[in-house]
Design a protein around this ligand. Structure first.
Ligand code: PHB
Length: 393
């Protein structure tokens, strides 16, 4: 009697622990080295922060992050890592990715293996058309560059554009060029520069000689943004009366202290500013500082990952940790949050891209620190404009 009771108890305990030990594995690929390898940790820390804040909602389900470094814009490496994570480690989800070429290379793997893939940064519009198992919680360059061009056309007559020569740069150039021209502005020239180590002096001189009212720049955020800012200033473009504008990648929050005073007054359009004063953002920034140190600040890469983690938590909750890929995608497509740190957001079920506001921001000093201060909402509930254009074709 005593023995059977014990055995039953033991069996019960085993079953209970098996249930509570349900684990969701996430193959998390981002950049910790190579070009702008400082961005990966923002993504990882944001996911960890969200998971910590919402651990109790997971009903005992464990989330395991299998973290891999894709070493920067390196599609072959990203493809190989994704393959291993899917085939050998049997991850339930893929997530992360700073760079467009890497996300593009991973798309066929997500499709073939039916592994939902949460893109937390890479912003070229076409990416999400490459697999029905992709959802994107970051942005597209069309989302920021169209309102930027519309706004700029009201203030300036002529513009020059300078972009990194890869997917998001091409998108930004086209989206800005089109909307600026439609608003009555004139594009004097458009130059594409190598993604890595461009000869800034040569390109900036070309812009200076063309004497545009504004220079619109897209480069990947991180250290490249500081290089642009310093070269723009050192080579005398500001002194020549040229205004620097762009999507918010050029004044990425974490680099502002490295840029220094030369960034003051730069106007950009973006979906997220660490300096935004809405309550959800104040809470997010405070939680970030509490977790990672008073001197630390999140950036747009962090908010893309933080909201991406929210989608993942929702899928886990609704399915009690047993993720079915198609059901997971349905949950992702229905997801919305009226109070993200960046304002109201939703996933567009048709495109699996994020719908969000775009803000005009100016770099100002706030309490002695440089900040992207939101001054106006220039786009409300913006869907990826590139996909809206494709529908009309
Ligand atoms: C991208 O590769 O899609 C990308 C990278 C950095 C950014 C924006 C987009 O700041």
């Amino acid at each position: 009697m005593r023995f059977t009771k014990l055995a039953a108890l033991a069996a019960f305990a085993l079953a209970a622990s098996a249930a509570s030990a349900q684990t969701v594995k996430i193959g998390f690929i981002t950049s910790y080295s190579g070009l702008n390898g400082n961005l990966g940790p923002y993504m990882e820390r944001a996911v960890r922060l969200y998971l910590k804040q919402h651990e109790k909602e997971l009903g005992g389900v464990k989330v395991e992050l299998l973290i891999r470094d894709d070493t920067g814009p390196n599609p072959d490496k990203a493809r190989q890592l994704a393959q291993e994570l899917v085939v050998r480690d049997k991850v339930n989800l893929l997530a992360g990715v700073i760079f467009t070429p890497n996300a593009m290379a991973m798309a066929p793997i997500a499709t073939e293996a039916k592994v939902p893939f949460v893109i937390m940064n890479a912003g070229t519009s076409v990416i999400t058309t490459r697999s029905p198992y992709m959802v994107r919680t970051s942005f597209t360059l069309w989302q920021s560059s169209v309102p930027l061009g519309q706004w700029a056309a009201k203030k300036f007559k002529t513009a020059y554009s300078l972009v990194s020569d890869f997917g998001p740069g091409h998108d930004s150039e086209e989206a800005f060029g089109k909307s600026f021209a439609e608003g009555g502005g004139k594009i004097l020239g458009a130059v594409r520069v190598p993604l890595q180590n461009p000869d800034w002096a040569a390109y900036m001189q070309r812009v200076k000689d063309a004497k545009p009212d504004v220079l619109m720049v897209f480069i990947p955020a991180g250290k490249t943004a500081t290089a642009v800012m310093k070269n723009f200033s050192d080579l005398g473009l500001a002194q020549a009366g040229i205004k620097l504008i762009g999507p918010g990648d050029i004044t990425t929050d974490e680099e502002l202290p490295n840029m220094g005073e030369v960034a003051l007054g730069v106007l950009t359009v973006h979906h997220y500013s660490a300096g935004a004063t809405r309550q959800a953002n104040k809470d997010f920034v405070a939680a970030w500082k509490k977790e990672y140190g008073a001197g630390e600040t999140p950036n747009f890469v962090a908010v893309g990952a933080y909201d991406g983690a929210a989608l993942i938590v929702e899928a886990i909750k609704q399915q009690k940790g047993k993720l079915d890929p198609d059901k997971t995608m349905e949950i992702f497509k229905q997801w919305k949050n009226p109070a993200s740190p960046r304002g109201p957001i939703a996933i567009d079920p048709e495109t699996r891209d994020i719908v969000q506001n775009e803000y005009l921001r100016e770099v100002k000093k706030v309490d002695g620190q440089l900040a992207n201060v939101e001054i106006e909402t220039v786009g409300t509930a913006v869907k990826d404009p590139w996909k809206e254009l494709q529908k009309k074709k």
